[in-house]
Write a protein that binds this ligand. Structure first.
Ligand code: C6P
Length: 416
C-alpha cells in the first residue's frame, strides 16, 4: 500500500523546520530529497568498499566494480531495457544530451539536415543542438503548443519530413507539466528514418517508463531527481547506436589499446565513461532505484495525479491566480506553474519560504516556453512521493497571504 505518511519517515530532512515552520518541500522538479537508504548506501560505500573500479584485482576493487555494474543492470531494468541497448553513466541529464549532440550529432548531421524539437524543451535539450547546428549547418525546427500546453501534433506531422535526421523532445515538461505523446511522435520520426531522443528528466522519476513502448533511440535522465545523489546522469541508447559512435571524452578506462599515434576503444558502455566515474553516487543511486521499485512507479504516478488534482482545485479558487498547462491532472506530471496578478513570482516564492514552503520561481531553464506563455517568470510547485494534502493547503495559505498583502499594497508585511 502506498502511504505518503509512512514514506515521510524515511526522509530525515523532512523533520527540519524552516523559518519557524515545518519544511514543506515542493521543489521536487529541481531535485528531490534523499531517503535514509540512499544516504546509508553512500556512507556504507565509503566506510566498507571504497576503491577504484574496473582496474584493481584486490577485493575492494572487485566489490566496488560489482556494485557499480549491478546498478547499471538495475537502471536498465527500471526503464524496461534489460538486455536491450546500453546504459551509460554521465554526470546528469544535461551531459547525457550533450554526449549525443557531440558524439552522434556532429558525425551525422550535414548542412540543411533538420533537428525537430519543441518549444517546451529545457535549455539542456536546446543549447547542445544549437551548438551542433552551428558546427554542422543543420537547422532547428520547433513544434509549437496550443493554449493548454499540448504539442500541436498536426504541426509535428508537417515538420517531421525527409530532411529530419533527429527528433528530440521532453517526455514531461518541467514547467507546464504536459506529458507528451512520445510514442506517436517517435512513430512519425521512424517513418522518415530519423533518430529520436527523449528527455526523461521529469518522467522517469515520476511514472512507469518503458523505452520499448516509447520507441525512442536515446533516453536521458538524472539520478538526483529520483531520490538519488547529485552527480549521476543516465543515457540509455538502443542497440547498435553507441557502437557506431565515436567517443565523447577520451582518457583512462574508455580505451582498448593505446599507441603513440592512435588508440582503439573499449566496448560499449565503457567507451563512453572516460576516467574514474562517480562510483559512490552511482552505487547509492541503486538504493534509490530499489526504493522506487518497491513503491511501484504506477503508485508513484497515482499519488502525484491525486495531489496535482487537489492543488489545481484549491489554487484555482485563489483570486488572480492562473495555472499554466493542461486542465486535466492526469494529462500532466506533478508540476504546477502559475502566475498571480500583481505579484512577481520571486515575491511569491519569498513569501512562501517565509511560511516554510519551498517552491521555485523563474524561467525554470525554459525561456522559450516561459516567453511562449507570455511571462518572464512563473512560480512553480512540484510534488513527489512524500508530499501530503496538508502541504497543498500550506502552499495555498502562503499564496493567500501573498495575494492579500499585495492587494493592500503592504509588501513590507509580506514576509513573516
Ligand atoms: N530541471 C528544474 O528545476 P540536470 O540539471 O542535467 O540534472 O537536468 C536538466 C533537465 C533536463 N530536462 C528537464 C525537463 C529538466 O527539468 C531538467 C532540470 C530542473 O526544472 C533544474 S533547471
Amino acid at each position: 500500500m502506498f502511504d505518503a505518511r509512512a514514506i515521510r519517515r524515511d526522509f530525515p530532512i523532512l523533520e527540519r523546520r524552516v523559518n519557524g515552520r515545518p519544511l514543506v518541500y515542493l521543489d521536487n522538479a529541481a531535485t528531490t530529497q534523499k531517503p535514509r537508504a540512499v544516504i546509508d548506501a553512500l556512507v556504507r560505500y565509503y566506510t566498507t568498499m571504497n576503491a577504484n573500479i574496473h582496474r584493481g584485482i584486490h577485493t575492494l576493487a572487485i566489490e566496488a566494480t560489482e556494485a557499480y555494474e549491478a546498478v547499471r543492470e538495475k537502471t536498465a531494468r527500471f526503464i524496461g531495457a534489460e538486455g536491450y541497448g546500453a546504459v551509460v553513466f554521465t554526470r546528469n541529464a544535461t551531459e547525457s544530451i550533450n554526449l549525443v549532440a557531440r558524439a552522434w550529432g556532429e558525425a551525422n548531421l550535414r548542412p540543411g539536415d533538420e533537428i525537430v524539437l519543441t518549444v517546451m524543451e529545457h535549455h539542456s535539450n536546446i543549447v547542445p543542438w544549437q551548438l551542433v547546428a552551428r558546427k554542422t549547418g543543420a537547422v532547428l525546427r520547433y513544434i509549437d503548443i496550443d493554449e493548454e500546453g499540448h504539442l500541436l501534433l498536426e504541426q509535428a506531422r508537417e515538420l517531421i519530413g525527409p530532411r529530419t535526421r533527429l527528433v528530440t523532445l521532453v517526455h514531461a515538461s518541467n514547467v507546464v507539466g504536459t506529458i507528451n505523446p512520445v510514442a506517436e511522435i517517435a512513430e512519425m520520426a521512424r517513418r522518415v528514418g530519423a533518430v529520436v531522443l527523449v528527455d526523461g528528466a521529469q518522467s522517469v522519476p515520476h511514472m512507469p517508463v518503458d523505452v520499448r513502448a516509447l520507441g525512442c533511440d536515446f533516453l536521458a535522465f538524472s539520478a538526483h531527481k529520483m531520490l538519488g545523489p547529485t552527480g549521476v546522469g543516465v543515457l540509455w541508447a538502443a542497440p547498435g547506436l553507441l557502437e557506431a559512435m565515436e567517443p565523447f571524452l577520451g582518457g583512462g578506462e574508455m580505451i582498448a589499446i593505446v599507441r603513440p599515434e592512435e588508440s582503439t576503444w573499449a566496448d560499449v558502455p565503457h567507451k563512453f565513461e572516460a576516467g574514474t566515474p562517480n562510483i559512490a553516487d552511482v552505487i547509492a543511486f541503486g538504493a534509490a532505484l530499489d526504493y522506487l521499485a518497491a513503491l511501484g512507479m504506477e503508485h508513484v504516478r497515482a499519488h502525484e495525479v491525486e495531489l496535482t488534482a487537489l492543488a489545481m482545485e484549491r489554487l484555482r479558487r485563489l483570486p488572480g491566480l492562473t495555472i499554466f498547462g493542461p486542465r486535466e491532472p492526469d494529462a500532466r506530471g506533478g508540476v504546477l506553474s502559475f502566475a498571480i496578478d500583481g505579484v512577481h513570482p520571486h515575491d511569491v516564492a519569498t513569501i512562501a519560504d517565509s511560511f516554510g514552503v519551498a517552491i521555485r520561481a523563474g524561467h525554470h531553464c525554459a525561456q522559450i516556453l516561459t516567453r511562449r506563455l507570455g511571462q518572464s517568470a512563473t512560480s512553480r510547485a512540484s510534488f513527489y512521493i512524500y508530499n501530503v494534502p496538508e502541504e497543498v493547503e500550506a502552499l495555498a495559505e502562503a499564496l493567500e497571504h501573498a495575494i492579500e498583502v499585495f492587494r493592500r499594497g503592504d509588501s513590507r508585511a509580506a514576509v513573516r
